[in-house]
Design a protein around this ligand. Structure first.
Ligand code: NAD
Ligand code: MLT
Length: 541
């Protein structure tokens, strides 16, 4: 077995690889150069420096696995690797503490002007009044993204006496309370925070999350720290906010382009910059090197790895009897999350009818995968979904019962979330014929489709016509339609399968129709983080 390591990796990881494979360490930053040599190797290990382009993957004729010593796989074309059947693994936990500690270092450096004071003192000055700082004690810290790193930052900030607020649509206020912090809405967080720190992935729904509009909402004199991904902040807007004095200071470890080119942030006195050092500690690098080496060797030997980013969604042969239910379970998970939104405390999955005689934990995993993918993207798969759910404090349980009315089999999700409970049921009629059959109190047969529009409306003549006319005027073709209501003249639910994606503008147009109350748009098969479809109100209760 031949393994190419194309970014610097600590010797602990290299030695581990050498016990089982022939290892080449070759620091090669140019994708063209990598393309010319990759054909000889069974595995490639990278950090963030190497760009694993589609061309590199195409040239890797023997490549079976790509290991990322770190969290973000944004430098790897995962879709191309999946297409080629190449496993991509990452090591999401090894550098959490280091990234959290770097964040705290940046926060304290900002509060006390440490870099500027250091340079001034070294140059012979003694400018005590110029570098008057602020205390962190009793200041509010706003954390955007309360995942692994955000939580560790919260613990450290609380220990310093900071008041911690967080925004993460998938963490409930109760979970926040257990961590000693307050979960708030995004705008509240922006208005309240004295210090703001970002701990999110850079994905379509979070790209440029901090722009001119969000900066406008912030407290004057706010300090901003980004130790996650450069693309989360629109750099131009940040510069403007800093220049105008709205933002008192920023500490930036990650940039839209790395290394940054002609970036004005590098010239500004109220900005601290570090060269993507969040994970650069001896401990984190050892952790990720060892985890990457272990997983790459396991994958090369055909074993299953915990952090495969793109494990195929196939289920093992032994479970072929329950295979037709897998698309239903992914549909229920993804549909639930997009329609009702998070956060989630507990998921009960009830299997009723003839299906309940089988062992169904792989189906539960499919459902969790569908749910988590909505906000964690394609890093979630069948191997890691239960662990990721557990790490996020989501409890899940299975209930089996043979008793059932109306169907031969039925799967019902009952989800507890922030004090409320929602249910969603689905069934498999025959091999490929899956349906959602109940949404809370609405009995309605929803046919799966790539683009689903759902509206709640007042059950009156003419509403459906007005809606379909609007869609027609927008050149959106309707492939199917179902309606459900609890009583004549009351609230009703309409579900439409449409052939094309529905823009926010068209959703707003539909919402402006008088009798339409809420509009939801669901893309059940999209395995990417999609937060565009936040829930408006509980439906069908
Ligand atoms: P994580 O997946 O554990 O946490 C991300 C959190 O973001 C999740 O809780 C998710 O629910 C939340 N989220 C998703 N969409 C959201 C939205 N629109 N609004 C608010 N929250 C949302 O990830 P992590 O391990 O904590 O890493 C966080 C980031 O830090 C990643 O981008 C990672 O690549 C980066 N990172 C940087 C360094 C560095 O060297 N600077 C080191 C490690 C990780
Ligand atoms: C990560 O995603 O793990 C960090 O950005 C650190 C790194 O790139 O090594």
């Amino acid at each position: 077995m031949k393994i190419l390591v194309s970014d610097p990796l600590p010797s602990e990881g290299i030695e581990m690889l050498k016990e089982k494979a022939e290892v080449t360490e070759y620091n090669c930053k140019d994708p063209l150069e990598l393309e010319s040599i990759i054909g000889d190797y069974d595995a490639l290990i990278v950090r963030s420096g190497t760009q694993v382009t589609p061309e590199v993957i195409e040239a890797g004729k023997k490549l079976k696995v790509i290991g990322r010593a770190g969290v973000g796989v944004d430098n790897i074309d995962v879709d191309k690797a999946t297409e080629k059947g190449i496993v991509v693994i990452n090591t999401p936990e090894g550098n959490t503490i280091s990234a959290a500690e770097h964040t705290i270092a940046l926060i304290t450096s900002l509060a006390r002007n440490i870099p500027n004071a250091h340079h001034s003192t070294r140059s012979g000055s003694w400018e005590r009044s110029k570098f008057l700082g602020v205390e962190l004690y009793k200041k509010s810290l706003g954390i955007l993204g309360l995942g692994r790193i955000g939580r560790e930052v919260a613990r450290r900030a609380r220990a310093m006496g900071m008041y911690v607020l967080a925004y993460d649509p998938y963490v409930s206020p109760e979970q926040g309370k257990k961590m000693g912090l307050e979960i708030v809405g995004l705008n509240n967080l922006l208005q309240e925070a004295d210090f703001l720190t970002l701990h999110l992935p850079d994905i379509p729904s979070t790209h440029h999350l901090i722009d001119e509009v969000k900066i406008e909402i912030m407290k004057p004199g706010v300090y901003i720290v980004n130790c996650a991904r450069g693309g989360l902040i629109k750099e131009e807007a940040l510069c403007k906010g800093l220049q105008e004095g709205k933002i008192a200071g920023a500490a930036i470890d990650v940039f839209e382009t790395e290394p940054p080119e002609n970036c004005p942030l590098l010239e500004m006195d109220n900005v601290i910059v570090t060269p993507h050092l969040g994970a650069s500690t001896a401990e984190a690098q050892n952790n990720v090197a060892i985890q990457a080496a272990e997983q790459v060797l396991t994958a090369l030997e055909g074993g299953s790895v915990c952090y495969a980013v793109n494990v195929p969604a196939e289920m093992p042969e032994s479970t072929s009897e329950i295979k037709p239910y897998q698309p239903l379970m992914e549909l229920l998970g993804s549909f639930y999350m997009q329609f009702f939104g998070g956060p989630i405390d507990e998921v009960e999955i009830k299997y009723s009818g003839e299906i309940a005689e089988k062992k169904l934990s792989p189906l539960t995993t499919s459902c969790l995968t569908g749910m988590l993918q909505v906000f964690m993207g394609d890093q979630v798969n069948h191997v890691n979904a239960p662990l990721l759910a557990q790490n996020r404090g989501i409890k899940f349980k299975e209930v089996y019962t043979s008793s059932i009315d109306n169907f031969t089999n039925l799967v019902t999700l009952t989800v507890k979330s922030g004090g409320g409970v929602n249910t969603l049921s689905g069934t498999v009629f025959s091999q490929d014929d899956i349906r959602i059959v109940q949404i809370n109190d609405y009995e309605i047969e929803v046919l799966p489709s790539s683009h689903i529009l759902l509206c709640t409306y007042k059950d009156q003549p003419g509403v459906i016509a007005r809606l379909t006319t609007s869609l027609g005027e927008e050149e959106i073709n309707i492939a199917g339609m179902q309606v459900g209501r609890k009583n004549a003249g009351g609230e009703a639910l309409m579900v439409l399968q449409i052939d094309d994606p529905l823009s926010k503008r068209v959703q707003d147009r539909i919402k402006s129709i008088d009798q339409i109350n809420c509009v939801y748009y669901v893309e059940p098969w999209l395995k990417k983080n999609i937060l565009h479809n936040r829930k408006e109100e509980p439906v069908g209760k």
